[in-house]
Write a protein that binds this ligand. Sequence first.
Ligand SMILES: Nc1nc2c(ncn2[C@@H]2O[C@H](COP(=O)(O)OP(=O)(O)OP(=O)(O)O)[C@@H](O)[C@H]2O)c(=O)[nH]1
Ligand SMILES: [Zn+2]
Length: 350
Amino acid sequence: MGREWDESDVRIRPNKKGSRPRTKDRPAHQDAVIGRIITVDRGRYTAVVDEATAQERVLIAARARELRRSPVVVGDFVALVGDTSGEPDTLARLVRIEERRTLLRRSADDSDPVERVLVANADQLVIVVASANPEPRTGFIDRALVAAYDAGLEPLLLITKTDVKEPTELLAHYAQLDLAVLLSKTTGTQSSAGSADLLGDAVEQLRDRLDGKVSVLVGHSGVGKSTMVNALTGSQRATGGVNAVTGRGRHTSSSALALRLEDAQPGSWIIDTPGIRSFGLAHVDPNRILRAFDDLEPGIEDCPRGCKHDDEAPECGLDSWVESGQAGDGGAERLASYRRLLNAIRASAW
Ligand SMILES: Nc1nc2c(ncn2[C@@H]2O[C@H](COP(=O)(O)OP(=O)(O)OP(=O)(O)O)[C@@H](O)[C@H]2O)c(=O)[nH]1
Ligand SMILES: [Zn+2]
């Protein structure tokens, strides 16, 4: 990851005790290297530095005290000082979190009483559901869509197991959204190991979509997320490949984990989220969700102040906007879709 230094990086604070700049830790930050966090496990942060260069290396870091309690998450770019060689048994010091482009988070909810930052700087959210077995739940998809729109991520719906059932109803349900949908299925023949081979098409289509980007995958257990992640990333994890990358034990925590997309441009990462099965959405602002509906968005100009734009909102400007045809022929359905997503914010579970 290249980064240019400028004067603001070497600013020296006025020193209360004397005129000399503090030599102890300030100058050290000038040597900082920037790394991408690929996993977090028990207070240890694994980062890739000098990505896609001959000097690329993976190192382990501990957070500096000056960071206090600011959460550092997968996808964060961080400044690292100290031993940044990445040699075995070395530990770098993580001194700063770079500004985040996007931030996927969850409010506290019934399943987790703490508000959490989940993943930083991702571009896309791939919502994985099975066409059947387990049955797809639109509540899950709606909540994930809201989380994506709120975080500024492009959502993508991946429907697996279409060999088991055609996802006709599900597709109809989301036809009004500007939502890219990919279908995948297996050959239907289970190998002796019990895992079925995915048909190549879907894997390649998805790879094209993910190429050059950072994509987070979310999905319930059993939908075939691991099958797809393995097809896209090779055996990095299946074989304990995380060892080779991080020099540490196989990834066992429930934290997110970034894996490289195989046969893709540098900077293409897939973030698997074994621990994330739901999103608390209490923090979400309906206006932010509206940014994903640019045909509707201008309609809120006539809304009363503090309008929530939902089914019960009196005199919501979106109603007249749609009635007057300004959102086009499909306007009413689009508004219904938007409001259905707003309902997902209020529903407490998915
Ligand atoms: N018929 C069919 N089975 C599939 C397909 N994709 C995955 N499977 C099977 O579904 C089961 C679950 O797949 P996994 O990839 O382990 O599912 P997961 O979402 O990672 O689930 P967890 O590992 O519990 O998080 C496995 O037996 C897969 O072989 C598919 O497209 N069609
Ligand atoms: Zn309104």
